[in-house]
Design a binder for this molecule. Structure first.
Ligand code: NAD
Length: 327
């Protein structure tokens, strides 16, 4: 049987490369489009006869259109984005370009093409579009967007544009809003890899403010399993929250990693936690109500935060030289 083609933009980044591996295991041909900016690493993907990597920007209309014509994919998963909140505060414009103009560019190309009858465009968005929420509350898909940073507002803007293309042009789109991911291959600027790497180097571990900011955390491989199911079970035109139920503050996460080093890796460290000035506009809490996706999919992966965090620490230990190059 002929293998199916899938395009994954941002496939050299953290979630993208984990998703590419997942689809390769499912015997798809995968075409990655990535401009190789922050977050990407060519070593995130091993050579594979069913993998093609195209290095260009999703804002490039000519190359993107040619690529879609050539491979006539079953679906496009869009994970190409500028993703680091701190960087968005220093340089918001590049976030507008990739996260908003890049998405419109893809949509404009799709709108004018004869796509496969069952084609789907799946946009990977974030819980950050809902902004800060009160203790005890969980954001629903239907809640109003209230983003705080240039990053989250660029993601919110593209979600709204996508919703308008669903309504106005009836394009076959699904939007997923996911909580914080952790796992192998994440850029070392983010909290969990940064903490792990600093502990390995006996360096202090910086935490914003008081460390009480809460996030919901999902293991990237569980997120990828859900994204795969969305292709078959997700309904066109719908938005799905993807969560885990594991809501922890940053201080808890860092202490948990320290205890994994001590108790599982039997490794003592000189690293200390240091509290640094808070990020401007730092949201205090995100958490999602994910009942809609659990009703839609046949089954959700059994998630185990502790086990997945231990696997993550072990992965960084085994891939330490690779990470050093990634820094
Ligand atoms: N990491 C998380 O916790 C999380 C949570 C929810 C949603 N998301 C979303 O998932 C997606 C992937 O996130 P990630 O953490 O893997 O990010 P990442 O920064 O690790 O990877 C992003 C990838 O996109 C590429 N890219 C950026 N702009 C591009 C452009 N204009 N054209 C082509 N390629 C471009 C980068 O080179 C990089 O490889 C993003 O859309 C992000 O908003 C991430």
């Amino acid at each position: 049987m002929k293998k199916k083609n899938i395009i994954i933009t941002g496939g050299l980044g953290f979630i993208g490369s984990n998703l590419v591996e997942f689809f390769l295991k499912k015997k798809f041909n995968v075409i990655v489009i990535d401009r190789m900016s922050i977050g990407s690493n060519i070593k995130n993907l091993d050579k594979n006869k069913n993998l093609i990597i195209k290095k260009f920007d999703i804002c490039n209309r000519y190359l993107l259109s040619k690529c879609i014509d050539k491979f006539n994919p079953e679906a496009i998963y869009n994970l190409a984005a500028e993703t680091h909140v701190d960087r968005s505060i220093k340089n918001p414009k590049s976030f507008v370009k990739s996260n908003i103009l890049g998405v419109i560019n893809i949509l404009e190309i799709l709108r004018k093409k004869n796509l496969k009858h069952n084609f789907k465009f799946i946009q990977i968005s974030t819980d950050e579009v809902f902004g800060d929420i009160k203790k005890g509350k969980k954001s629903l898909e239907t809640d109003a967007y209230n983003p705080s940073s240039p990053y989250s507002s660029s993601k919110a803007a593209s979600d709204l544009i996508l919703k308008s293309y669903i309504r106005t042009y009836n394009l076959p789109i699904i939007i997923t809003n996911c909580v914080n991911n952790f796992g192998p291959k994440q850029n070392s600027e983010k909290l969990i890899p940064k903490t792990i790497i600093n502990i390995f180097k006996d360096k202090d571990i910086p935490i914003y403010g008081t460390g009480k900011n809460e996030r919901e955390w999902i293991y990237v491989k569980d997120h990828c399993k859900i994204l795969y199911e969305v292709l078959y079970r997700g309904k066109l035109g719908q938005t799905y929250n993807i969560g885990s139920g594991f809501v922890y503050n940053n201080l808890f996460i860092v202490k948990k990693i320290l205890s994994i080093f001590k108790n599982k890796l039997k490794r003592e460290t000189k690293s200390k936690i240091i509290f640094i000035n808070d990020r401007p506009g730092h949201d205090f809490r995100y958490s999602l109500n994910s009942k809609k996706i659990s009703k839609t999919l046949r089954k959700l992966p059994k998630q185990n935060f502790e086990k997945s965090l231990i696997q993550t620490v072990k992965w960084y230990k085994e891939n330490f030289s690779y990470i050093k190059e990634n820094q």
